[in-house]
Design a binder for this molecule. Structure first.
Ligand SMILES: [Zn+2]
Length: 378
């Protein structure tokens, strides 16, 4: 879900492929992707709104400080689906940012990585002094500014990346788990950003990939109980399999009443909205206690319902979390190595798709009413 921020904590957040028009030109004038003379690769290329075509495009040639990665798995993210669905990707761009693979070639000046290294496609901290294009300004909007760019992403057989960008996958962490590193970094970032404290009982609304990962991170971080609200049975089942203490179906039960009851009356200190459904924002603000917090990590592209009179008197707060930082990725890899994150019920045999399934899979994810984490085998 969402995208990886590559600024150091405290610095302005940056995404080189998600920048304003001026920065965009600067960024892509750099020799990031140079066609190899005689080598072509397969990629899923955006060719208009809700149209994606598998084409042969030039295999990138790594620059002096870059590595060429043979991508093995590339997961389909909700934010890719948004770009596909709402026409937010330029013609010719290749989406995909949740991928893992193996270094197959290194540029002349590469020192940290070598051929054969298993990597996740992000999470590295830029070296000191690296000048990266920053977000256009303090008025950044993911809807209007953020996701318009042309670049070669993870829905391709190969990718050339600056050496500092990828992180090594620790020994013992499977490829099937590691491919969740980027959405897991979003989950870690949202928990770290929130007011959650060890011992709290919390609620996660929505058991899509991000909700399921937040739930696991909260358990690892010492939650007393994690209650999940999810109407789709397959997703609810995944939440149970991954250790949710209780799963509520908000279509069958009054979710706020139930949470109040479970909390002994006052509500929970923090609730997470990972659903982007019309009623969840209001429900979240209602179910937190006085001074409690609704942490919003999902992106609703449509209006949500709000009735302030129900919660204003308790001085509750709302906070958004977006993207992640290098420390979040590192935390994810540590949790994975300690087996505190699992891909069970998330990445299954049914998750894997081939090139020919890309168009239909993106269409399928536009209405994710079942539990689906789809992964392209590149
Ligand atoms: Zn993502």
């Amino acid at each position: 879900m969402l995208l990886h921020f590559i600024g150091a904590p405290g610095q302005s957040l940056v995404l080189p492929w998600l920048t304003g028009p001026n920065n965009f030109k600067k960024c892509f004038a750099l020799p990031i992707v140079m066609p190899a003379k005689d080598s072509m690769m397969k990629a899923a290329v955006m060719r208009g709104t809700q149209k994606l075509v598998v084409e042969d495009i030039p295999t990138p040639e790594p620059g002096p400080n870059q590595v060429l990665v043979k991508i093995k798995y590339s997961a389909l993210c909700g934010s890719d689906v948004h770009r596909f669905q709402y026409g937010m990707a330029n013609d010719g761009s290749v989406l995909g940012h949740e991928y893992i693979g193996e270094v197959v070639q290194t540029g002349r000046d590469v020192t940290r990585l070598k051929e054969g290294d298993r990597i996740v496609g992000g999470g590295g901290a830029p070296p000191a002094g690296t000048v990266l294009p920053s977000y256009p300004n303090d008025r950044y909007s993911a809807r209007t500014v953020g996701i318009e760019a042309t670049r070669i992403g993870g829905f391709a057989e190969y990718i050339a990346m600056d050496e500092w960008r990828p992180l090594l996958i620790p020994d013992g962490v499977s490829d099937e788990l590691a491919v969740l590193a980027e959405p897991a970094s979003i989950a870690v970032h949202s928990v770290r950003t929130s007011k959650f404290k060890l011992g709290d009982t919390t609620v996660v609304m929505g058991a899509g990939p991000i909700g399921l990962l937040i739930m696991q991170v909260l358990k690892a971080a010492g939650a007393a109980q994690v209650i999940v609200s999810e109407p789709a049975e397959a997703r609810a089942e995944a939440a149970r399999a991954l250790g949710a203490d209780l799963v509520i179906n908000p279509m069958e039960e009054e979710v706020v009443d139930r949470v109040l009851e479970l909390s002994g009356g006052p509500g929970v200190p923090v609730a997470f909205d990972a659903a982007a459904a019309k009623p969840t924002f209001q429900q979240g603000l209602e179910m937190v206690r006085r001074g409690g917090q609704l942490l919003v990590v999902s992106m609703a592209w449509e209006d949500v319902d709000l009735r302030t009179v129900d919660w204003i008197g308790r001085e509750v707060e709302m906070k958004a979390a977006y993207g992640s930082q290098p420390i979040d990725w590192q935390t994810v890899l540590n949790l994975m190595q300690r087996e505190q994150l699992s891909e069970k019920s998330m990445v299954t045999d049914e998750s894997f798709i081939g090139w020919d399934d890309m168009q239909s899979s993106m269409e399928r994810l536009m209405k994710p009413d079942e539990h689906v984490q789809l992964v392209l085998v590149c």
